[in-house]
Every structure is written in C-alpha cells, then in structure tokens.
Design a protein around this ligand. Structure first.
Ligand code: NAD
Length: 420
C-alpha cells in the first residue's frame, strides 16, 4: 500500500512534476530543489481500537509535514479506506504551495487514517480519532502543526482532536486545530469557506474571460463540504447547476437542479441516491457534460490522459486537491480550457482556517462579515497574482500558481539558511 508507485495516478509524482516545471521556470538553484521536493517529516503509526463488538482492530495512520519554513505545518486529516502515504505526502506539499499562494503564514502538512468512516459507529470514530491524536501528539501544536478536516472528517472529529490534545496538555488549546464547531473556538464562515473560495475564483475567471454567470451552466463532482457549498454559492451567483454527484453517482437536470432540496436530502440520508429531480448519471459522465464550468470537488485523478479529450467545459475550478493529472494538464492547455488550479481554487478553506487560528490565539472573535470580507480580499488578490504570473511568463495558470507559491517558500528558505 505504501510503496512508492511511479505512474500517472501517483499524486506525489504529479505534485513533483508540476513543481519541477515551476522550479525550472523560476531558475531555482539545485540545492533548493532537493529541500523543497521532499517532505520534512513523516510518521506512520498503528492505531489499535476496541470496536463495538469487543474485538480489537489495528488501523494505520499517517501525519506528514512537508514544510514548516513559512510557519506551522497546516493541513487536513483524511479518513478513507484507500488513503495511502504518497497521497498524504502530495496533499501535504500542496498545502505548502497553497498557503504560500494566498500568503498565509503556514507551511504544509496532512494526515490520514485508513478506515471507512461511513461504516463505523460514532463511538468507534471517536476512539480512532483520540488514539490517532495521542500517537502523533509530539509533532502537533499551535506553533508546530495545526490539523483541519478533509474527506471523511468533520467538526466533530476536530472537537475530539482538540479535546484530546488539551487534556494531555492540561490546558484549553483551541488553536491546535481548525474547522472546529463555533462554540469551541471555530470561526464563523469556516464551513462555507472552501466552497465560497471556489465561487469567488470562478467569478473572477468569468470576469476575466468576459462571460456572464447568468448565461453559464455548471456540473459539480462531489456533494460534500466543498462540492455542495460550491454548487450553492455558484447558484447564488446566477450559474445554473445542471449536475452534481457523490461517490455512488450523480444527478443531471438540464433545467437546473433543486439544490436546497438536495441539501435537505443529504442531511437526512447522507447520500444523493433516492432524490428525484434529475436523471441518474455516472461519475465519469458528469465530467464530460457540455457545461461552461466544471467543478471537480471530490478526489484526486479524475481528469487523466484517459478522459481529458472528452472534457467540454470552458472553465475547470478545482475544488478537490489534485483532480487533474500532470498528463491531463498538457491536453487541457492545448484545448484552451481555463483551469483554476487547486492550490488557488480551494484555498478559501485554509485562508479562513488561518483566521480561526488567529482568533483562537487572541480569544477575540470576528463577525461573519469581517471573515468574509478579509477572505474575499485575499482570494481576489491571489487570483489576480496568478493570472498576472501566467501572462508574464507565458505559462498555464497551474504552473503560474506553483511559481508564485514555490518562489515564496524558496525566498524564506534562503533567508533562514541551512541549520547545521
Ligand atoms: P467530504 O468528505 O465532505 O465530501 C467528499 C464528496 O466526494 C462526497 O460527496 C463523496 O461522496 C464524494 N466522493 C468521494 N470519493 C469519490 C469518488 N471516488 N468519486 C466521486 N465522488 C466521490 O470532503 P470535502 O471536505 O468536501 O473534500 C473534497 C475535496 O476537497 C478533497 O480533495 C479535499 O482534499 C479537498 N479540500 C477540502 C477542503 C475543506 O475545507 N473541506 C479544503 C480544500 C480542499
């Protein structure tokens, strides 16, 4: 499971392929390449947990810190049956570049536990979480490494994480994690932040391309935190959402989907299946629909050399991390598709996580409007900086975003020097 597999589908290779292109274009010195291409620290732990039936199951968990050059490592924790170490490494590195693109003072980290949260009871999830946190506690801390939710984890998991860390440290330490419930030091606007960032980037792209949101259609893959909220936010902008999916498949309606109905249905049954109001489509078909905007907001490697020729969207806003492979990038460029890369498009989440961390450390909380205004300012500026870099260097938006992020990390690494 954890062997390094070199293929189009290995996300760490995909990250390094883009990093190498950006580094070459920046003319980075060879000594820096070695540092920035690798992860600073990785741990793998065994997590023995007593299941509800009394048996003990040993889960495998990871925490990877790619870089702490610009600040504490920052990044989510993924609970999924197929999560693996190379995926976590890639996600950690993407966090480094993402935090640098939006210029928040964090490095990059990521965690994962191999488990299926949808098949576990609440008690089992709590025991896995607490034992995982206890196992990685030595490298966590508000000034060391600050986790957040990702696929398969939510505010409740973050609350258990905060409680476990605080109990061990005999102190109330909400800044150890972001994405917490509001009463526990969470930030207003955090739940919507990633989806809202997806909408803001798409809005800026539409302006840039001279397109009117009211004339546009969109398809969204994924109906979780990022997918559903992106769909709702784009709908509020005037875009007609014609398709959405979850892991089991999707729904299509060319007249536009009833998103509020879908939201209520998901809250009740946790899956799209069973909701009327559209035709069933597969997760492959949703990507190939003739829409203006495509938002892959589920998982990695969904647009690859195998299906990229069939993509018809004019704009791809990457809500998920790593939805397009490096091989697919080349064809997307040739087809002239305007790609808003993950490390920009979904950075609204980490931006408001940064605000949450700041508020926790001050114990002084902001209004929703303050959060939203500050976040919008950062997203709009970052979008403009990426598009400007792409124009000046004649590179794709993706390589421009990497260049922006990598250059900021490289600058700080040079300043700090090599500790011997
Ligand atoms: P989530 O668990 O809330 O939702 C994931 C959604 O994707 C669910 O609807 C699930 O059914 C669907 N899905 C899972 N595997 C799938 C597959 N193989 N094919 C199709 N659909 C599938 O997770 P999330 O927080 O919305 O995260 C989604 C993506 O966004 C991930 O790549 C994550 O790393 C990224 N992301 C999340 C945040 C955040 O703030 N939550 C921030 C930045 C990036």
């Amino acid at each position: 499971m954890n062997q390094h597999v070199s293929s189009e589908d290995n996300p760490f290779d995909a990250m390094q392929a883009r990093f190498d292109l950006a580094a070459a274009r920046l003319g980075l010195e060879p000594n820096l390449l070695g540092i920035l291409r690798s992860c600073e620290r990785e741990i793998t732990i065994s997590i023995p947990v007593v299941l509800d039936d009394g048996s003990v199951k040993v889960f495998e968990g990871y925490r990877v810190q790619h870089s702490t050059a610009r600040g504490p490592a920052k990044g989510g924790i993924r609970y999924a049956s197929n999560v693996n170490r190379d995926e976590v490494r890639a996600l950690a590195a993407w966090m480094t570049w993402k935090c640098a693109v939006v210029n928040v003072p964090f490095g990059g980290g990521k965690g994962g536990v191999i488990c299926d949260p949808f098949k576990m009871s609440k008690g089992e999830l709590e025991r896995v979480t607490r034992r995982y946190v206890a196992g990685i506690m030595d490298i966590l801390g508000p000034d060391r490494d600050v986790p957040a939710p990702d696929m398969g984890t939510d505010g409740q998991v973050m609350a258990w994480l905060m409680d476990t860390y605080s109990m061990h440290n005999r102190a109330y330490l909400p800044a150890i994690v972001t994405g917490k419930p509001i009463g526990l030091g969470g930030s207003l606007g955090r739940i919507e932040a990633t989806g809202r960032g997806v909408m803001l980037c798409t809005r800026e792209a539409l302006k840039h391309l001279g397109m009117n949101p009211k004339d546009c259609t969109a398809a969204v893959q994924g109906a979780g935190n990022v997918g559903l909220i992106s769909a709702l936010q784009l709908h509020a902008l005037g875009v007609k959402i014609v398709a959405i999916s979850d892991v089991h498949g999707g729904l299509y309606n060319e007249k536009g989907l009833d998103l509020e109905g879908i939201k209520a249905h998901l809250q009740k049954s946790r899956k799209l299946d069973g909701f009327d109001g559209g035709t069933k489509i597969t997760n492959s078909e949703i990507l190939e629909l003739p829409v203006d905007i495509l938002v892959p907001a589920a998982t990695e490697n969904v647009i690859t050399s195998r299906n990229v020729e069939n993509i018809k969207a004019k704009i791809i806003t990457e809500g998920a991390n790593g939805p397009c492979t490096a091989n697919a990038d080349k064809v997307l460029d040739q087809k002239g598709i305007f790609v808003i890369p993950d490390i920009l498009a979904n950075a609204g989440g980490v931006t408001v996580s940064y605000f949450e961390w700041v508020q926790d450390r001050m114990a002084f909380f902001w209004t929703q409007k303050e959060v939203e205004d500050r976040m919008e300012h950062i997203m709009v500026e970052s979008f403009a900086a990426v598009v400007d870099m792409a124009r000046r260097f004649q590179v794709s938006n993706r390589i421009a975003a990497y260049m922006l992020g990598v250059n900021r990390v490289a600058d700080i690494t040079r300043m700090r020097g090599i500790y011997a």
